[in-house]
Design a protein around this ligand. Structure first.
Ligand code: GLC
Length: 502
């Protein structure tokens, strides 16, 4: 694969705890993932991105990292991680891992040193008094007091103390961490909370100094050749967002505007146009994201009266017509995969899993739930272990009781059940990802006028993609149908359906 493989790649997100359990303790691990690598190859993706696999007390699903150069024992060992990277490469798959530079874990060596010795606190944000009244993103105050009376900053849970990026030692540490994993063959990093690193007493989002960090990281990535830096950058302002993608900074960043966008033709068209207008001038490829481990699953989202995604759980439990949501999720998948740039698939999306909204509160593990006093259900509902096979839980996930319970109704959604069903979501994803490889990915699009409620465009390869978001069928444009997200209606594209033609 070329040095610019990432420009048009299809990247599959593995939430390791919930992917496949190899040792029967109810928690997904590297052994389970390695055993399922052929599944990922057959799906037709180019790369896998793994959420944090580092040693962690799991106060935030591993985003509280205790050691950036190790592997969480529940997931496996460093030797296994190295074998996984080799095996993935042998199957032609690239490997992207998460790096979490905004904050650490209270169990990290650095934080323990800081607690023990007030003279060693300048790697974090310690102070005699809280410097401001910031609230934590997970709820509650962003400052916590330690036994000797000082306070430290944590934008997320109290178990996640923020690093002080004004300290050069923090820069050196992360530069070394990048090299550590590049040396082990990792093809790139997904950078957690990428816009938050640099802080003043009064602001923490998108401060200009953060770009110096990524310029340096880009030099390191370039030294290794073909490695990629992907930013988790949630910013409302596209112009500010684009700064992260300048040619000497990050390669790509997640398109959360697309993910959050309601199932509405005008809104989608606006977001797609804005995305292209933002990326084209700087030469960065857009990304298209429908879901991840932090958001409500598309099948559930698109079946609601309000189809937008919003943090905070306001729409949690509102009625969802899952059949409608499923149909739209299929149409959305073909739309996302046809757009110019790279595309992400979050595990379970290819199985059409809905959000699990009725988890018992006492089983919820996401700190968002507890820290909001239960007001926010948290993100566990999109993190339920995958159903692989069989008629009842744990559905081939592994021997033990899965760390979150799987609904009985998932017997219809196992990978095994879908493999032999030509009309399944899994087979739609497989067909689409294979076709996409030759015909789509990096490039540009040309819109076709097919009415206000239809998104239709052609790609450089000659592929035409038509999504009908209106209530009535629209005539198919000329061409041979390659793939459709649902049955066609006598030469017409029904409502909530996407068709690929050539
Ligand atoms: C990112 C992650 C999320 C995590 C947070 C704090 O948004 O995607 O899962 O909780 O950062 O690390």
């Amino acid at each position: 694969m070329s040095q610019t493989w990432w420009r048009g790649a299809a990247i599959y997100q593995v939430y390791l705890r919930s992917f496949a359990d190899g040792n029967g303790d109810g928690i997904g691990d590297l052994a389970g993932l390695r055993a399922r690598l052929p599944y990922l190859r057959d799906l037709g993706i180019d790369a896998v991105w793994l959420n944090p696999w580092y040693p962690s007390p799991m106060a935030d699903g591993g985003y509280d990292v205790a050691d950036y150069r190790g592997i969480e024992p529940v997931f496996g060992t460093l030797a296994e991680a190295e074998r996984f990277i080799e095996e993935a490469h042998a199957l032609g798959l690239k490997v992207i891992i998460d790096v979490v530079p905004n904050h650490s874990s209270t169990e990290s060596a650095w934080f323990k040193e800081a607690l023990a010795d007030p003279a060693r606190r300048d790697r974090f944000w310690f102070s005699d008094e809280p410097l401001n009244d910031w609230q934590s993103i997970f709820g509650g105050p962003a400052w916590t007091q330690v036994p000797d009376g000082q306070w430290y900053l944590h934008l997320f849970a109290p178990e996640q103390p923020d690093f002080n990026w004004a300290n050069p030692e923090v820069h050196r540490e992360f530069e070394d961490v990048l090299r550590f994993w590049f040396e082990r063959g990792v093809d790139g990093f997904r950078i957690d909370s990428a816009a938050l690193l640099v802080k003043s007493d009064t602001a923490y989002e998108d401060l200009d100094g953060v770009h110096d960090v990524y310029r340096r990281w880009r030099e390191i990535a370039d030294e290794y050749g073909g490695r990629v830096l992907i930013g988790e950058v949630w910013l409302p302002d596209q112009e500010r967002f684009a700064r992260y993608l300048r040619p000497d900074e990050l390669h790509t960043a997640f398109n959360f505007d697309f993910l959050s966008c309601p199932w509405d033709p005008a809104e989608l068209r606006r977001v797609i146009d804005l995305t292209l207008a933002t990326h084209t001038p700087i030469g960065a490829p857009p990304t298209w994201v429908l879901s991840n481990h932090d958001v409500t699953r598309p099948v559930t989202r698109y079946g609601r009266a309000d189809t937008a995604f919003e943090h905070g759980g306001r729409l949690h439990g509102t009625p969802s017509d899952l059949e409608l949501g499923y149909r739209r999720a299929r149409a959305a998948a073909l739309l996302a995969m046809a757009l110019p740039g790279s595309v992400y698939v979050y595990q379970g999306e290819e199985l059409g899993l809905p959000e699990v909204e009725d988890l018992p509160d006492e089983l919820r593990q996401d700190p968002m739930h507890a820290r909001s006093g239960g007001a926010n259900p948290g993100r566990d509902g999109c993190r339920v272990p995958l159903p692989w096979s069989g008629e009842e839980p744990p559905f081939g996930f592994g021997g033990g009781t899965p760390w979150l319970p799987q609904p009985e109704s998932w017997r219809k959604l196992t990978a095994e059940a879908q493999r032999t069903d030509l009309g399944s979501m899994l087979n739609l994803y497989r067909s689409a990802l294979r076709l996409r490889r030759g015909l789509l990915g990096d490039g540009t699009l040309t819109w076709l006028p097919m009415g206000e409620r239809v998104l239709a465009f052609t790609r450089d390869s000659g592929l035409t993609c038509v999504t009908n978001l209106g209530p009535t069928p629209v005539p198919l444009p000329p061409g041979r149908v390659l793939l459709a997200s649902g049955p066609l209606d006598d030469g017409a594209v029904p409502s909530d359906t996407t068709v690929w033609l050539t």
